[in-house]
Design a protein around this ligand. Structure first.
Ligand SMILES: CC(C)(COP(=O)(O)OP(=O)(O)OC[C@H]1O[C@@H](n2cnc3c(N)ncnc32)[C@H](O)[C@@H]1OP(=O)(O)O)[C@@H](O)C(=O)NCCC(=O)NCCS
Length: 125
């Protein structure tokens, strides 16, 4: 595995750095690093997050997601950030594991109006 992030854009009001993730020449996913916590406006303020990532379905379950978050931590450090806040629904086992393997410390959770449980984590950089 030879994963790297390629900056695609820093557009947006927050701003947000958007990356494509490659293994060699193959695009296997993407990630977004918001320089300030943000999220769906229907969420409470304490459930905002800095990071979103996804791995193409064909490449899931091979460790790419874990590595992408590791690389995002490096990018955040380069931006002068000292901590990252992340969220994941309890049903998203892969995402919860990725965050925990990258040093995520569980903070609190929130049950949304549909009854789904969203967990909030902090990663110190
Ligand atoms: C969540 C997601 C990024 C995981 O990416 P991935 O490359 O498959 O993750 P990894 O291979 O690094 O897996 C990390 C761990 O989660 C486990 N895992 C991954 N997907 C899983 C699944 N669907 N069910 C159960 N466990 C899963 C892996 O087995 C691994 O476990 P281990 O640490 O015990 O070995 C990917 O499924 C995805 O893009 N989902 C859609 C978008 C999304 O939900 N993004 C996260 C927003 S919070």
């Amino acid at each position: 595995m030879n994963i790297r992030l390629e900056l695609v854009s820093t557009e947006g009001p927050l701003p947000t750095s958007t990356y494509d993730a490659y293994d060699g020449d193959v695009k296997i996913g993407m990630a977004q690093l918001r320089h300030k916590e943000a999220g769906n406006p229907t969420l409470p303020e304490n459930m905002r997050s800095h990071v979103y990532y996804e791995v193409e379905p064909a490449y899931q379950g091979k460790g790419y997601g874990t590595k992408i978050l590791e690389l995002i931590k490096n990018e955040a450090k380069l931006l002068g950030m000292h901590e990252l806040f992340l969220t994941a629904f309890d049903t998203n086992i892969g995402s919860n594991k990725i965050i925990q393997k990258n040093g995520g410390e569980y903070l609190w959770d929130y049950i949304n109006p549909e009854g789904k449980r969203l967990l909030k984590y902090k990663i110190s950089l």
